[in-house]
Design a protein around this ligand. Structure first.
Ligand code: ZN
Length: 464
């Protein structure tokens, strides 16, 4: 039997096994359950892998596994598959139609917390390896890295990888199946994601809120002052005015531009979906560029005083703004921090009044993730597009930059190898939400894609 026939024959068994994993409530913060899931995975992987290790970290463990080739193919590549076995909390529980940790199939979908994000997706790769091994046909080395902290930001992934650098030395490419497929419901091949850097500016301008009649005209209003700082950061056409902000922005290649164009995103669909009547940010840039190839400076929250039912006639004593910068390839969080600080220094030198305001500002930078981008021109692209087409019986959409794959930069940093994201969960998987689900059809097509991937890459001679 070939691997796909083996899979068809043992499908019920595989689904039962996946259900066992889904029953473990490995919510990132529940370290006992997360560790139980790591142990469960170790036992599973040990059945067929040549090497399995659970690496403890200061947070949750990282699980490694390796399968060596069964048939010798000269210079075949080594692939690394990344997945994560921690899950989001299931709340609100009353919104679930079946308990989140009691998996159930209804109308062709598996319902369970973590089925799409991400247990079902990496388990599809595991099924493929298992079936190819049973067919005695594994022609390349396959490695697994399973993260137990993705939902909180994978803070210990890089440290864990650094303790086993030799494990990653021969990796040629990295495959990640996570997130939902493109909203068009076509199978999807993604090449990266924008990065993020957050910053908070807190302006405490007085001892307390005061009566705006009694002290209006004397006590400075921090909302006005913070707004004047923000005004200097952006012009009326949505361009960021922080000096050097666009200096490192990558110039997308023809291939990347064409892929973005092929997505055929319709402005009217965006408007309808978002309930908007006009678009934000850089007015002189095409929409697909704004959503993919351009950085943004976004006010994610602004707070000062009280409004609505809590409204008071006061001069507030404090104003706080939080900004997130979405970075595109070649921009790095460390430099964005410096540019923002330089901008504030420049304002300080412009007037004594502004210097006094800035003296009372507290500026802090939050967690950041580097942008990630694999050039579309690498030869892997066409190979992967082909195996996805075989697995899903449809040409994949090529998405140059997507959202939501933040911690993957560690994988690139340690290996220096290209990363491709091939989501196996359908667009409405409801990850992070009640009734998370994965369609059986998508799971099976995922397994098929993984089998084709192993077969195709197992026949490649890298030296030729
Ligand atoms: Zn998630």
């Amino acid at each position: 039997m070939n691997p796909i026939e083996i899979f068809q024959e043992s499908k019920d068994y595989f689904i039962e096994e996946l259900f066992d994993l889904l029953r473990i409530p490995s919510i990132t913060k529940n370290s006992t359950d997360v560790k139980a899931a790591a142990e469960w995975l170790k036992n599973l992987l040990q059945k067929t892998a040549d090497y399995v290790e659970v690496i403890p970290t200061e947070g949750n463990p990282v699980v490694l596994a390796e399968w060596k080739p069964q048939i010798q193919v000269e210079n075949s590549p080594t692939i690394l598959v990344y997945g994560h076995y921690d899950v989001q909390p299931p709340e609100p529980l009353d919104k679930w139609h079946s308990p989140p940790f009691e998996p159930e199939i209804r109308e062709g979908r598996i319902y369970a917390r973590g089925v799409g994000d991400n247990k079902g997706q990496f388990y599809a790769h595991y099924c493929a390896i298992d079936c190819v091994i049973k067919a005695n046909a594994l022609g390349l080395s396959v490695k697994f890295i399973l993260d137990g902290e993705e939902e909180l930001g994978s803070f210990h992934l890089e440290d864990a990888m650094n303790t086993r650098r030799e494990f990653f030395e021969d990796v040629d490419l990295i495959i990640v199946s996570d997130g939902p497929a493109d909203p068009s419901w076509k199978p999807t091949l993604e090449f990266g994601a924008r990065g993020i850097q957050t910053v908070r500016i807190e302006l405490l301008s007085a001892n307390s809120d005061v009566h705006s009649g009694n002290f209006g005209g004397i006590q400075p209003n921090p909302a006005w002052d913070l707004l004047s700082i923000l005004q200097t950061m952006r012009d009326e056409n949505g361009k960021c005015l922080i000096e050097g902000f666009y200096d490192d922005v990558f110039v997308p290649t023809e291939t990347a531009l064409k892929a973005a164009e092929d997505l055929n995103r319709d402005p009217e669909t965006y408007k309808k979906q978002l309930g908007i009547s006009y678009f934000g940010e850089e007015q002189d840039q095409p929409l697909t560029h704004r959503v993919m190839f351009r950085p943004t400076l976004n006010i994610r929250g602004f707070k000062s005083g009280e409004i609505r039912e809590n409204a008071k006639t006061i001069i507030p004593s404090e104003a706080v703004v939080e900004i997130d910068v979405r970075m595109v390839p070649n921009q790095i969080p460390e430099k964005i921090e410096i540019l923002i600080l330089n901008h504030l220094d420049m304002l300080r030198s412009q007037s004594e009044r502004m210097a006094q305001v800035l003296d009372r500002c507290k500026i802090s930078f939050g967690a950041s993730f580097h942008p990630l981008f694999t050039p579309l021109e690498l030869p892997w692209t066409e190979i992967l597009a082909k195996v996805i087409k075989e697995g899903f019986e449809q040409d994949p959409v090529k998405l140059p930059l997507a959202g939501g794959s933040l911690p993957l930069y560690s994988l690139y940093k340690v290996t220096g190898k290209p990363i491709y994201i091939i989501p196996y969960a359908q667009p409405d998987q409801a990850n992070h939400a009640p009734n998370e689900n994965m369609m059986m059809e998508w799971f099976e097509k995922g397994v098929k894609t993984s089998i084709k991937l192993l077969q195709k890459l197992g026949n490649i001679d890298l030296s030729s």
